[in-house]
Design a protein around this ligand. Structure first.
Ligand code: NAD
Length: 437
C-alpha cells in the first residue's frame, strides 16, 4: 500500500511488501496524487467456492480467487495458480506485479491474477479438469477477452487453459479464444508461448551480462525451480555455453561444480519425475558426480548468477546476507522480499526484477490474444523476433533510467512502468490533469 493522505493501514502483508518498491520509485518520478491513490488498491477481488465431484463420488469444495488490480491500460491479464499456499493476499500481490509488468512492456493490458487453494498433485487428471471447469463456472461473469484474460502459472498448463477456454465458450454460447492465453496450439495457442517466459528471460540475460564483461563459458549459474520457466531457461543457458551448476525442484536440488548436462537432467526428470545429476546417451543415463543440496543451500551457492524460478519470498533478510551470487535474475514473481532487496543492494549484488525478467510470458500472451482476434497466426520465428525486439528495447530503457538516476534496476523498472500507468490514469481525468490542460 502506498501511503497517501487518506490511505488506511495496509490490510495485507505480501501486497504491502510489494508496494514498498513503488514507494521507492515515486522519488524519481512526478505522478499525480490521484494516480497514486488509484494504484494503492486492487480494483476488484472475487472469492469463490468451487464444488467438485471427486473420483470416489464425494463432493469437495475448493476456494478460488480472481483479482483485477488495475485495468486503466486495458483488460486485466494474469495467470491462474494451483497451490496449497494460495491466498487472497498472494493473488492481490501477483495482480499488482502484473499491472506494472504490462505497463513496463507497454502491453495494452492491466494486471490481474487468479488462484485456487489446492495441491493438484493429489488430484487425478479428471478431478483437475472438473476443478478447472468449475473455477470458470464461478468466475465467468468476472472475465472475458475485453475484461480479464487468464493464463498459466504455477502448476497450471496449456491443457488446463484449453479446458478453461472451452468452458467459458460453452457458458457464453460463443467460441471465445481470447479469454485465455497459453492454450494448446490446436485450440488457438501461439507458437512459442510454452517457452516464452524462459526465452524472454534469456534475451534479458544475454543483453545484460556482456555489460559486466561476463562470457557464458566462464559464468556459473544456479536455478531454483525446474518447471516450465526454470527448466526451459536452464536448457537455453546450457546451449548458449553457460555453466549451469545447480538446479532444484520442490523436493530439493543437485549441484555439480563442473556443470550439469541440463538436457539429460530434464529428460530424466520427465521420465522418472526425479531430479538426478545424469548424463544420458539415447535411453541410457549414467549418474555423474554431484552433491544433493536443499533449496535453501542452492540460494547461497558460490555462483556468478542466481535465478530464482519457483515461488515468492525465497530470499529474505534471513538468507540475503549469505547470498554469494553477483547477479540475480528473478524469473519467479516476488522471490526476494523488500528487506532482502535492501541487503542485496547494499552488498552490491545486481538484481534484475521479475517485472522485467519474466515478462516474456505475458508478452507472447499478448501476441496470442492478437492472433486470436485477427484469426491470423504467426510462425515461431515471427513470435521470437517480436519477443526479442520488445524485451531488448524495454530492458535498454530500464537500464538507461537506472544509469541516468543512479538507481537500482528494480526501482528503474518501476519508474518506467509507473510513468505509463500515471499517464493513462491522468488522461482519464485527475485533479492535476484538469489544472494543466
Ligand atoms: P511450474 O509449475 O511449471 O514450476 C514450478 C517449479 O517450482 C517446479 O519445478 C516445482 O517443483 C518448483 N517448486 C515448487 N515449490 C518449490 C520450492 N519451495 N522450492 C523450490 N522449487 C519449488 O511453474 P512455472 O510456470 O515455471 O512458474 C515458476 C515461477 O515463474 C512462478 O513464480 C511464476 O509466477 C513465474 N512465472 C511463470 C510464467 C509462465 O509463463 N509460466 C510467467 C511469468 C512468471
Amino acid at each position: 500500500m502506498i501511503a497517501t493522505k487518506n490511505s488506511p493501514k495496509p490490510a495485507t502483508s505480501l501486497l504491502a511488501d510489494a508496494s514498498k518498491r513503488l514507494e521507492k520509485a515515486l522519488k524519481y518520478i512526478s505522478i499525480s496524487e490521484d494516480a497514486i491513490a488509484r494504484l494503492s488498491y486492487p480494483k476488484a477481488s472475487l472469492s469463490v467456492s468451487i464444488p467438485v465431484r471427486m473420483d470416489n463420488g464425494s463432493l469437495q469444495v475448493f476456494t478460488g480467487y480472481r483479482v483485477r488490480y488495475d485495468d486503466t491500460r486495458g483488460p486485466g491479464k494474469g495467470g491462474v495458480r494451483y497451490h496449497p499456499n494460495v491466498s487472497l493476499d498472494e493473488v492481490q500481490s501477483l495482480a499488482f506485479w502484473m499491472t506494472f509488468k504490462c505497463a513496463l512492456l507497454d502491453l495494452p493490458f492491466g494486471g490481474a491474477k487468479g488462484g485456487i487453494i489446492v495441491n493438484p498433485k493429489k488430484l487425478s487428471k479428471a478431478e483437475v479438469e472438473r476443478l478447472s471447469r468449475g473455477y470458470v463456472n464461478e468466475i465467468a461473469d468476472f472475465i472475458g477477452p475485453d475484461i480479464d484474460i487468464l493464463a498459466p502459472d504455477v502448476y497450471t498448463n496449456s491443457t488446463i487453459m484449453g479446458w478453461m477456454m472451452d468452458r467459458y465458450s460453452t457458458i457464453k454460447r460463443q467460441l471465445t479464444r481470447g479469454v485465455v492465453t497459453g492454450k494448446p496450439l490446436s485450440l488457438g495457442g501461439s507458437q512459442g508461448r510454452d517457452k516464452a517466459t524462459a526465452t524472454g528471460a534469456f534475451y534479458v540475460i544475454q543483453m545484460i551480462l556482456p555489460k559486466f564483461n561476463c562470457i557464458p563459458q566462464d559464468t556459473t549459474v544456479a536455478i531454483q525451480g525446474f518447471g516450465n520457466a526454470g527448466a526451459t531457461l536452464a536448457e537455453l543457458l546450457f546451449h548458449a555455453g553457460y555453466q549451469v551448476v545447480a538446479v532444484s525442484d520442490s523436493k530439493g536440488g543437485i549441484y555439480a561444480p563442473s556443470g550439469l548436462d541440463i538436457p539429460s537432467v530434464r529428460e530424466h526428470k520427465y521420465r522418472s519425475r526425479e531430479m538426478k545429476a545424469v548424463y544420458c546417451r539415447d535411453t541410457v543415463c549414467d549418474i555423474v558426480e554431484h552433491r544433493t543440496i536443499s533449496n535453501q543451500e542452492l540460494l547461497t551457492l558460490d555462483v556468478d548468477v542466481l535465478i530464482p524460478a519457483a515461488l515468492e519470498n525465497q530470499i529474505t533478510a534471513d538468507n540475503a546476507p549469505d547470498v554469494k551470487a553477483k547477479y540475480i535474475f528473478e524469473v519467479a514473481n516476488g522471490p526476494i522480499d523488500s528487506a532482502a532487496d535492501e541487503i542485496l543492494n547494499n552488498r552490491g549484488i545486481e538484481v534484475f526484477p521479475d517485472i522485467l525478467v519474466n515478462a516474456g510470458g505475458v508478452t507472447v500472451s499478448h501476441f496470442e490474444w492478437v492472433q486470436n482476434r485477427n484469426g491470423w497466426y504467426w510462425t515461431l520465428e515471427e513470435v521470437n523476433q517480436r519477443l526479442k525486439e520488445k524485451m531488448t528495447a524495454e530492458t535498454q530503457k530500464v537500464w538507461d533510467i537506472a544509469q541516468t538516476n543512479q538507481i537500482d534496476i528494480r526501482t528503474a523498472a518501476y519508474v518506467h512502468g509507473l510513468k505509463r500507468l500515471g499517464e493513462a490514469i491522468d488522461a482519464k481525468g485527475t485533479r492535476d490533469y484538469y489544472n494543466t490542460n
